[in-house]
Design a protein around this ligand. Structure first.
Ligand SMILES: [Zn+2]
Length: 123
């Protein structure tokens, strides 16, 4: 994996709060993910990625205990990534995404994804 860390960091700085998804599940994610998964946040930060600014999260329905699983959390990174890339933190698996929404970015980039992330649904 070849990440342009400073470029990626700059990119995340340029993302404004108002451009992020405003749905309840996404707000729930942004509110808690950093404190609930500090190791993941730190790993992403080492790549220049802000964990509170995902490209896409894919929440399932909250379960009977009010826990919400995000089965896929995707983040843009500037640079390139080999398809075999794999990283693991506890039971959370990281890989290069093959399917994701349009990023609108011209320069070389890829999308990193990881799962599963489980958070309490605060609503
Ligand atoms: Zn959303």
């Amino acid at each position: 994996m070849q990440v342009n860390v400073s470029g990626t960091r700059e990119f995340y700085h340029s993302i404004t709060e108002s451009s992020l998804c405003d749905c309840g599940y996404c707000r729930n994610y942004r509110l808690q993910v950093k404190s609930a998964f500090p190791d993941v946040a730190m790993y992403l930060d080492s790549l220049g990625i802000d964990i509170e600014k995902p490209l896409e999260t894919s929440p399932l329905e909250p379960d009977e205990n009010g826990m919400l699983e995000y089965c896929c959390c995707q983040y843009i990174a500037l640079g390139s990534c080999e398809p075999e890339y794999h990283h693991k933190i506890a039971d959370i698996e990281f890989r290069a995404a093959t399917s994701y929404p349009s990023t609108g970015i011209e320069q070389a980039h890829f999308v990193l994804e990881f799962s599963p992330i489980k958070l309490k649904y605060l609503r």
